[in-house]
Structures are given as structure tokens and as C-alpha cells.
Design a protein around this ligand. Structure first.
Ligand SMILES: C[S@@+](CC[C@H](N)C(=O)[O-])C[C@H]1O[C@@H](n2cnc3c(N)ncnc32)[C@H](O)[C@@H]1O
Length: 238
């Protein structure tokens, strides 16, 4: 079964799919601003293009240079001037001066990171944001049909003191029904775990909640209206 469609564009490096229809958290990133923005794991940069259309200056990062070339070509084609692209592996290969950005978006990337990588990532981002700057994170959750068989183990772990209960090596071992496109490591995140990562990194939480992906993801993937989770954290003014 191929999931590729107008709603789900396959990445060129086997890193899942890019989603052209923006969820409400990603839309917040694109709202007009005079500050500089950073999108991490932008793929073809659908959120970045909208922010550029609204007049922002945006740094767009991705692992895959071919994604960023398509993004630059699209921006050039529309006459947008505020784009800089950086091909690098976040967080280790990406460096910026402290207090460079007003908003940073990481959409559908951190569920590929271990808990320790997430902690390290948020610490770096905290420094890169200006005072009152916002970090916006969107992740896919466990609430998909194909993860149903993993859910009991996840729920069990959440009731223990396990440090990162959502970390699963080879989750397919628990989910035999459905296999294509699923990675070997997956970190199931939810409102509680993401909020805890944000608080530990020093952010004030502005908003956190689940995202119903009806009309954004293919219908066959939809589960119970919690297919993704979004969070907005603000760096406090000291
Ligand atoms: C599932 S796609 C999400 C694309 C887009 N942000 C969205 O929400 O539709 C994940 C993207 O993140 C990129 N990526 C994964 N790990 C990364 C890392 N450590 N640093 C930078 N980019 C990364 C992949 O190359 C891919 O383009």
C-alpha cells in the first residue's frame, strides 16, 4: 500500500512524509512577524513558504539537501527573498548565536529522537531564542490504527517510573498488522511528556494539545482525532 498523495508527500530520504496542509500549531509559526524564524526538519518547507509569503526572514534546515533545493526553487519562483537554507543534522551540526530567533518550528521530527536527544535539542534551542521567543513542536502520536498493538505496552510503561516511556526500539515487534514506512526506532510523545520536556528546559507553556488530522492526513491513517500533538513554549524574560 502506498500512502503517497496530495496530502502526504514522501520525503526523498526515507524520513516519512511531508504534509502540505498546515495544522494550527504550524500556522502559528507562519503568522506575520518582524523577527527571524527557524524551521528544523523543514523537508520541502510548506510552513517556511507560508511564513515567507507573510514577509518573514526564515532559516530552513533539513538533513536532505535535495529537499532544500526544491524549497529554494519554489521560493525563487515566487520571488520571496527572505530564505536561507542549511543542510545539517540537528542538533549536533547546527549552530547559531544566542538569541537569534523569534520563533522556531520543529514539525514531525522529534518522534525520531531519543529522550536524551530531545533534552539536548531543547537546551540548544532555548539559547537560540530571543526573550519571549517561541518554540513550536508538532509530533505524531501513538494514536494510529497501525500502532494499536503497541498501546497496551505504552500505557503500562506510563504507569511506571520509566524515564522515557515512549521510547520503542523496533516497535513493529509489537505491531504486526501493518508495516510499510515504519521506522526502527520511534518515540511516542503526548501532551504530558512533551510538556515535561519543555518545562525541564525552562520554557513556559503557552499551549499544548492534540491535533485532529482529518483532511490533513490520508483517511486510512486516521484514528481518534489525536493523531498528532502540538506544543508552544515561550522563553521567559529574565
Ligand atoms: C516526517 S518529515 C516532516 C517534514 C515537515 N516538517 C512536516 O511536518 O511535514 C521529517 C523531516 O525531518 C528531516 N530530519 C529528520 N531528522 C533530522 C535531523 N536530525 N536534522 C535535520 N532534519 C532532520 C527529514 O530529512 C525530513 O525531511
Amino acid at each position: 500500500m502506498s500512502l503517497a498523495s496530495d496530502l502526504f508527500i514522501p520525503t526523498l530520504n526515507q524520513q516519512g512524509f511531508a504534509v502540505p496542509k498546515l495544522d494550527p500549531f504550524s500556522k502559528r509559526f507562519t503568522e506575520p512577524t518582524s523577527g527571524t524564524l527557524l524551521e528544523i526538519g523543514a523537508a520541502f518547507g510548506f510552513a517556511t513558504l507560508k511564513a515567507l509569503a507573510n514577509g518573514a526572514n526564515v532559516y530552513a534546515n533539513d538533513l536532505e539537501p535535495k529537499h532544500l533545493k526544491q524549497l529554494s526553487d519554489a521560493a525563487d519562483g515566487k520571488g520571496y527573498r527572505g530564505l536561507k537554507t542549511i543542510a545539517a543534522r540537528f542538533p549536533d551540526e547546527l549552530e547559531f548565536e544566542n538569541e537569534t530567533f523569534e520563533k522556531i518550528l520543529i514539525s514531525r521530527v522529534l518522534h525520531f529522537f531519543t529522550g536524551e536527544q530531545i533534552q539536548r535539542s531543547l537546551r540548544k534551542i532555548y539559547d537560540w531564542l530571543s526573550a519571549s521567543g517561541e518554540l513550536i513542536v508538532v509530533c505524531d502520536t501513538i494514536y494510529f490504527k497501525h500502532w494499536e498493538a503497541v498501546y497496551p505496552e505504552y500505557k503500562k510503561r506510563k504507569n511506571t517510573n520509566k524515564r522515557f516511556p515512549g521510547e520503542f526500539n523496533e516497535p513493529l515487534k509489537h505491531a504486526e498488522k501493518w508495516g510499510q514506512h515504519l521506522p526502527e526506532f520511534y518515540h511516542f510523545l503526548d501532551v504530558e511528556s512533551l510538556s515535561s520536556f519543555f518545562k525541564d528546559a525552562g520554557f513556559d507553556i503557552v499551549e499544548a494539545g492534540y491535533i485532529n488530522r482529518k483532511n490533513q492526513f490520508p483517511d486510512e491513517l486516521l484514528y481518534d482525532g489525536r493523531e498528532s500533538v502540538g506544543i508552544v513554549g515561550r522563553k521567559p524574560c529574565k
